[in-house]
Design a protein around this ligand. Structure first.
Ligand SMILES: Nc1ncnc2c1ncn2[C@@H]1O[C@H](COP(=O)(O)OP(=O)(O)O)[C@@H](O)[C@H]1O
Ligand SMILES: O=c1ccn([C@@H]2O[C@H](COP(=O)(O)OP(=O)(O)O)[C@@H](O)[C@H]2O)c(=O)[nH]1
Ligand SMILES: [Mg+2]
Length: 209
């Protein structure tokens, strides 16, 4: 049990994330590269809170929120939701947990996303994972995903792959220049890939306690 997690605590007056240094990892990669699958394994092993930007947006659609129909129209065609909408959802999700360590999956997807995040939330991630995957493997995985997603169809996947190359690769390049990018070859079994993920996270174990 962590101390100071209760905002009513007079001495602490805040969340545990103020006591432990916050840890954030961004998990990037094209559609179908295996981000969600590997995030589940990271959560199981290291106890981070998983925030999938796509899931947060899909929750807005299913809860019929103010922006729900606009988000649905963009997701259906594989386009990017306005940055401020996604950043606010991530910010609310971070603020609604007492955990100090987070995996942010599928965000930032554009340089504009990244700049909005830096403006509104501000802290750079400790590390960025990039699942590097050939397009034909991503396409095949998505078309067999069977989660009933409105965007897992041939036409929308083509747009998502194009958006990834044109808008998301520059973000990945930015983190490479900053020296915090860890590129992982995403071809192989889930366990083979997770072994490589663990090798990255093991260097950060003191921060993940
Ligand atoms: N290493 C892997 N080998 C084969 N299939 C995989 C692998 N990792 C994930 N998958 C499958 O591929 C699909 C896309 O994976 P997912 O984790 O949802 O990717 P992303 O979140 O990057 O879109 C899912 O059906 C998943 O079960
Ligand atoms: O920061 C984000 C994350 C997702 N999306 C939208 O949500 C869709 C699905 O994203 P998700 O990460 O769930 O897809 P994945 O890469 O896991 O297949 C994307 O194609 C975009 O339309 C977005 O606009 N901004
Ligand atoms: Mg995903």
């Amino acid at each position: 049990m962590e101390v100071g997690t209760d905002a009513t605590s007079p001495l602490q007056g805040g969340s545990s994330s103020k006591e432990k240094q916050r840890f954030k990892a961004f998990v990037l990669g094209g559609p179908g590269s295996g981000k969600g699958t590997q995030c589940a394994k990271i959560v199981e092993t290291y106890g981070l809170t998983h925030l999938s930007a796509g899931d947060l947006l899909r929750n807005e659609i299913s809860s019929n929120s103010e922006n729900g129909s606009m988000i649905l129209e963009l997701i259906k065609v594989g386009k990017i939701v306005p940055s401020e909408v996604t950043v606010k959802l991530i910010q609310n999700a971070i603020n609604s947990t007492n955990n100090h360590k987070f995996l942010i999956d599928g965000f930032p997807r554009t340089e504009e996303n990244r700049l909005a995040y830096e403006r509104i939330i501000g802290e750079d991630p400790n590390l960025v994972l990039f699942f590097d995957c050939p397009e034909e493997v991503m396409m095949d995985r998505i078309l067999h995903r069977n989660e009933g997603r409105v965007d897992d169809n041939d036409e929308t996947v083509k747009t998502r792959l194009k958006v990834f190359k044109e808008l998301s690769l520059p973000v990945i390049h930015h983190y490479s220049e900053k020296g915090i990018l860890h590129t992982i070859n995403a071809v192989g079994t889930e366990d083979e890939i997770f072994k490589k993920v663990r090798a990255v996270f093991s260097a950060y174990e003191p921060m993940l306690r």
